[in-house]
Design a protein around this ligand. Structure first.
Ligand code: FE2
Length: 415
């Protein structure tokens, strides 16, 4: 459509040459602006044929993409944290994709479009592909809107003018048997009703507590049509997923989304639209190590049913951030970022250590490797202190490793 590939697929120039996550990170550090632009222009960019072997390695690459990390708050799906620390937003957070049962398809949606501030990007990474099925089909949302305008102009107009509201019953305890089984506790990262109410108020929800501890939640009226980052009008919402897919023991088919004025959506049109999207979707087969950056304002995503073990991770982002320098990182499971190149202090003479460390930092090192046994930790500290006091670097930017000899593991030895 429009003569543009969808998604745009990027592979190493030389297919024989395995490029690892450090090499790909170097590319990202250099070209991150182009990557974000390509995601907007094409809707999604797929990276294929690179050697990315874990969620941590993938997080290391994403960190250099220039997309600002965002935490999952308000989502309906049950997920597990793969990389990251609860509540720490500054580093990449990688989660499993929706943990709902494999035999259930997840209909097309825009990530968190049922909340006032949906992410600008959603990224997927395949760790293990399912034996059968399990694709993450995509479709351009502006094409969807064009189709609607042609075939159902009255509905397209109504959707644009009235907006939509999402209404659903949320359980008190996570229910992995349902695609929207995330409890209100885990959805808002809270323990009490009062804390949940504060969060819901912030997001403009209205709610009603039910006798069984579940909560009937209604969003405020949200737009059904928005301009994508490519400037084109998009049918950007959660309508198809909510209407056809938010069905479980608590929620009935066709009831989870209504027009902003409370009137129901037309069943025939929604079902025709869902069928058209299914017929025109792009569903590629995942390979281990493959990942995709989707502009959430330009493309829908969904999930095919599957059989066998499937490990696909997701991360979301909101807008762009500044990417500084050329330093590559290793992201740890905690989401801490360790520079991949460090300055080692072993055998650096005491009288030269402060200067050596200071100059290393001045020349771009952000990782210093020390040990009590090297005998120069104090001087190393002096070099770091000087660099900080001169404004060369902040403490937050530095990664400092130290080690204790095996006979010095007691608490009192640490200092
Ligand atoms: Fe999703």
């Amino acid at each position: 459509m429009l003569g543009k590939p969808f998604p745009l697929v990027l592979t190493p120039i030389n297919a024989e040459e395995k490029l690892n996550f450090i090499q790909l990170q170097e590319y990202f550090l250099k070209y991150h602006c182009n990557i974000v632009k390509a995601a907007s222009e094409y809707g999604a960019v797929m990276f294929k044929g690179f050697e990315i072997v874990s969620g941590e390695e993938w997080a290391s690459v994403l960190y250099a993409s220039g997309i600002r990390e965002m935490n999952y708050v308000g989502g309906a799906a049950v997920r597990k944290l793969i990389v990251g620390t609860e509540g720490r937003l500054e580093n990449p957070q990688i989660l499993t994709t929706n943990e709902s049962p494999p035999n259930q398809p997840i209909p097309f949606h825009h990530e968190l479009a049922q909340t006032p501030d949906p992410p600008s990007h959603i990224m997927f990474y395949c760790s293990v592909n399912a034996a059968e099925g399990g694709s993450t089909p995509l479709i351009r949302s502006d094409f969807v809107f064009n189709w609607l305008q042609d075939k159902y102009p009255e509905f397209a107009k109504q959707a644009e003018e009235l907006g939509v509201r999402y209404v659903r019953t949320v359980p008190e305890v996570d229910d992995p048997s349902s695609a929207q089984g995330r409890s209100w506790k885990s959805m808002f990262h809270v323990e009490t009703r009062e804390a949940a109410e504060a969060e819901m108020q912030k997001q403009g929800f209205t709610w009603e507590w039910l006798e069984d501890g579940n909560c009937r939640v209604s969003s405020k009226t949200l737009p059904a049509v928005r301009a994508g980052s490519n400037g084109r009008k998009a049918f950007f919402n959660q309508v198809i997923a909510a209407y056809t897919g938010w069905v479980d023991s608590r929620n009935a088919y066709g009831k989870a989304v209504v027009f902003g004025d409370g009137t129901p959506l037309p069943k025939e049109i929604i079902e025709d639209l869902a069928q058209w999207m299914f017929d025109n979707q792009c569903a590629y087969k995942w390979e281990s190590g493959q990942f995709c950056i989707v502009d959430n304002t330009v493309a829908y995503h969904s999930r095919q049913p599957f059989s066998g073990r499937r490990r696909v991770f997701a991360a979301i982002g909101l807008g762009e951030k500044e990417v500084k320098g050329y330093q590559t990182h290793l992201v740890l499971t905690s989401s801490d970022k360790m520079p991949s190149v460090g300055f080692g202090c072993w055998k650096v003479p005491k009288d030269q250590c402060a200067d050596a460390v200071y100059n290393a930092i001045k020349n771009g090192y952000r990782c210093i490797d020390e040990a009590c046994d090297y005998g120069n930790e104090k001087e190393c500290g002096q070099g770091i202190a000087r660099a900080i006091s001169e404004g060369v670097v902040s403490r937050k930017e530095m990664w400092i490793t130290s080690k204790l000899w095996n006979t010095f593991h007691r608490k009192e030895h640490v200092l």
